[in-house]
Design a protein around this ligand. Structure first.
Ligand code: ADP
Length: 446
């Protein structure tokens, strides 16, 4: 492109220079003939300037009227510029045609999409929306240029937008119909824009609720007869009845106990999924004290398994949360490390606050580890890496699913790192908002 420009400039300047030299030569000759060189040069230079101005004027006229009137003439010296402009204009027309076709296709596509799509800028001001957004969110022309939070008023959606989490999603009740659930995704797009998509997920949400209710009802219904059976089995086991084989009775008791734990875990999971913890149930939890209680709770099991449990910190760090839930999540992780990492394995408990004020509580073991393809599945219901070992240990496969839900309820997350043969690290990450207090008196290993 710059080459082409140089060519244009050189050409025009060369053309004008030749003309100037001719004009000057004629002026000098005539100046000598009439014996007044200065006068002659002045006259010829004035004529030359008028010639340049005039040729520029007709070129400008040609450029300005080019689109509407092709018959307008231009000066020969601008021939090259004109051909370049003609070529650029033709290219522009072709690009515009292609753009028009693409724009038409995009509009047809977005109109036929069942999902509502809204483009917002960096400040979440609405820039564009498709036809489905008119129906689903009742957006109108006047809404262009208005913040999306003024158009969709819902606490969950507002929180979702304010966190600006990339590629995240949220479910919220439609602002127009209370029985419609909308799932919205936030996708960064371009340099400073976001694409918000909205999908009606009422049906799958309804099925999900039905499934959850079904599991909750079945678990609830099974709980009562099981408690009765369990009670009788215990009574028989304690009596001196010689007619019953004790080993069979022990097996029955063991299995009844497993079922009881499983039903309790299922009910716990359903409760965690279907209810929110009210903030009033949050209390400051001193992680140092909590770790001491965890150590007491699993002392027997860890002694039996010959684990060496190290506590890597002694800090007084307080987080806000439901004591009962957090205790149960941490205990589950510690018991897992004892039960599944292997005999005599070293386990490290640590907690600290990061630069971004997140609190991390981790349980690390140097045991068998978890295969890479299982790591992402650990929090699925009933997923076990080693089914036999888990059953033998009395595991239900629901523990990590419960931990995940507890962390979600605290707006935190569970992160798992594991290398087979080297060990696993399970970290609970709590958001900045839950850090209550922190005083690091000493940070030496215990
Ligand atoms: P369970 O109730 O069976 O303990 P969890 O959901 O707590 O279920 O754990 C799921 C599976 O993850 C366990 O069955 C076990 O195979 C594996 N697992 C959990 N923690 C560890 C660990 N620290 N090391 C190795 N495997 C683990």
């Amino acid at each position: 492109m710059s080459n082409q420009n140089n060519k244009i400039n050189n050409y025009s300047i060369a053309d004008d220079l030749i003309n100037l030299i001719i004009f000057l030569a004629v002026a000098i000759i005539i100046g000598y003939l009439i014996n007044n060189l200065v006068y002659s040069i002045l006259i010829f230079l004035s004529i030359f300037i008028i010639y340049i101005l005039y040729s520029n004027y007709i070129f400008e006229r040609w450029v300005l009227n080019y689109k509407n009137n092709k018959s307008i003439k231009y000066h020969q010296k601008h021939q090259y510029l004109v051909s370049v402009l003609n070529k650029s204009f033709e290219e522009f027309v072709t690009i515009k045609l292609k753009f028009n076709v693409l724009e038409k296709r995009f509009k047809e596509l977005s109109a036929s999409m069942p999902d509502a799509v809204v483009v917002v800028d960096n400040n979440f001001v609405t820039e564009w929306y498709n036809d489905a957004a008119i129906k689903m969110l009742s957006l109108k022309n006047v809404d262009i240029g208005r913040p999306i939070l003024h158009l969709i008023r819902n606490p969950n959606f507002t929180k979702f937008i304010n966190t600006k989490e990339r590629d995240a999603h949220v479910n919220f009740t439609s602002p127009l119909k209370y029985d419609v659930t909308i799932k919205s995704f936030l996708v960064p797009y371009g340099e400073d824009r976001y694409l918000l998509t909205f999908r009606d997920v009422s049906e799958s949400d309804h099925l999900d609720n039905m499934r959850r209710d079904f599991v909750a009802n079945v678990s609830h219904e099974l709980k009562t007869p099981l408690t009765v059976i369990f009670g009788y089995l215990e009574t028989i086991s304690l009596s001196d009845n010689k007619n019953v084989d004790q080993s069979i009775l022990d097996q029955m008791l063991k299995q009844a106990k497993r079922m009881d734990i499983m039903i309790s875990d299922l009910l716990k999971l359903t409760k965690l999924q279907t209810t929110n913890i009210p903030e009033k149930n949050f209390s400051p939890i001193n992680l140092k004290n909590l770790v001491n209680e965890l150590m007491l709770a699993c002392k027997q099991k860890s002694n039996k398994n010959k684990n060496n449990i190290k506590i890597l910190t002694n800090d007084d760090i307080y987080i806000r949360g439901s004591y009962e839930e957090i205790y149960s999540a941490f205990l589950n992780l510690l018991l897992n490390a004892i039960m599944y990492s292997g005999k005599g394995v070293t386990i490290e408990i640590n907690y600290f606050v990061t630069h971004s004020k997140e609190t991390i509580f981790s349980i690390k073991d140097y045991g068998v580890g978890v295969p890479l393809d299982s790591i992402n599945r650990l929090t699925e219901r009933f997923y076990r890496v080693d089914k036999g070992r888990s059953r033998e240990q009395g595991g239900t496969g629901l523990g990590l699913s419960i931990v995940k839900h507890i962390m979600n309820r605290h707006e935190g997350k569970l992160e798992v790192e594991s290398i087979i043969g080297e060990g696993s690290n399970f970290s609970c990450v709590f958001p900045k908002s839950l850090l209550a207090m922190r005083s690091s008196k000493s940070t030496s290993d215990v």
